[in-house]
Write a protein that binds this ligand. Structure first.
Ligand code: SF4
Length: 332
């Protein structure tokens, strides 16, 4: 048996069908990591509740989980290699969250840059922000260490979160004795995928995304709506590929032709319509096997539930032994 390098824990909020940004930013690496690490992949449904806006948001969690896990499986997350489960199906995570909150100073949480950013986006302040959102990094730490995860694959922007998890672990270990490994960051290669509007990151909320599971025709329509170089108002004006999001997608999905596209764009011999059509053809070609697998998986109605039930059973086995140890160390 091949010796694995460690145990990965990673999670995604149940946002429903995934898009190109999710795939290139995380899912693709998740699939690759399965060969070298024991991987535990979690649908973090409790995290989704921290920014809940209505009861409809809560009711969408189960169908969104189903759609998202279909994407995971179709992309190559293999339940025979990895544990795939839903966060709340292992209630021990709530226990560990509470216990870790006893060793986590509030100041550490208030200083997290993404927390401040979230407050700004939500137009919230100390009086209106919910406790769950403040404690988000504590729950995230519980997620990782409950399964003795020692490696967390993240992009550059998530590094401070893992650093905070390490601080919480250090503090716990210092008070109660060495219990958990300090989780390490594994920086993943994730090209920054802007949205079709070209300005921000690809996001379902901003409706500037391309879902992986779209039909060829829907994909083409979405890509044809993409913003390109704003200075290129006429076909005979040379374009600037380096600032064009369509070009950055060509670099990923049409690698073979990037030089030709760059040359055509800068010399104004290639028009944006043709350039986008070409991209759509290549994105569809790239996603065809994924889409075929996804359709076949979706035709097995109980499959996702069966995989998640089995995953929760396997995850809970680890969680129970960890909680027993923690309770013992804390004298409970
Ligand atoms: S030709 Fe292609 S790369 Fe150039 S601006 Fe138009 S869409 Fe962008």
């Amino acid at each position: 048996m091949v010796q694995k390098k460690g145990r990965i824990f990673s999670g995604m909020r149940p946002t429903g069908r995934l898009h190109l940004g999710n795939y290139l930013g995380a899912l693709k690496s998740w699939v690759e990591l399965q060969d070298d690490y024991e991987c535990i992949y979690c649908v973090v449904d409790v995290h989704a509740l921290t920014t809940l806006e209505s009861v409809q948001d809560a009711k969408a969690i189960v169908p969104n989980t189903n759609e998202m896990v279909l994407d995971w499986l179709a992309a190559g997350i293999d339940p025979n290699k990895s544990i795939i489960f839903v966060q709340s199906h292992v209630p021990e995570v709530m226990t560990l969250h509470t216990l870790l909150s006893m060793v986590t100073p509030l100041g550490w949480l208030m200083r997290v840059p993404t927390f401040k950013e979230k407050l700004r986006q939500m137009k919230a302040n100390d009086e209106t922000v919910n406790y769950g959102l403040v404690g988000y990094p504590v729950l995230q730490t519980a997620d990782i260490i409950l399964y003795r995860g020692d490696t967390v694959p993240v992009g550059e922007d998530q590094v401070p979160h893992v650093e905070l998890s390490r601080e919480i672990v250090r503090r716990f270990n210092k008070i109660f004795g060495n219990t958990f490994p300090e989780p390490k960051v594994k920086l993943t290669e994730s090209p920054s995928i802007r949205g079709l509007d070209g300005k921000t990151k690809m996001s379902k909320t901003l409706n500037n995304h391309v879902e992986l599971a779209l039909s060829d025709d829907e994909t083409r329509k979405r890509i044809m709506s993409a913003v390109t170089d704003p200075q290129r108002t006429h076909r005979n004006i040379p374009g600037r590929p380096d600032i064009c999001n369509v070009y950055s997608l060509h670099k990923i999905f049409n690698e073979r032709k990037v030089n030709e596209i760059e040359q055509g764009c800068t010399s104004a011999t290639l028009g944006c319509v043709d350039c986008k059509m070409d991209l759509a053809v290549n994105v569809n070609k790239h996603l065809a096997p994924f889409r075929e697998r996804r359709t076949a998986l979706a035709n097995q109605p109980d499959l996702v539930q069966a995989i998640l039930t089995d995953g929760a059973k396997r995850a809970r086995k680890i969680a129970k032994s960890v909680i027993a140890e923690v309770r013992g160390k804390m004298g409970l």
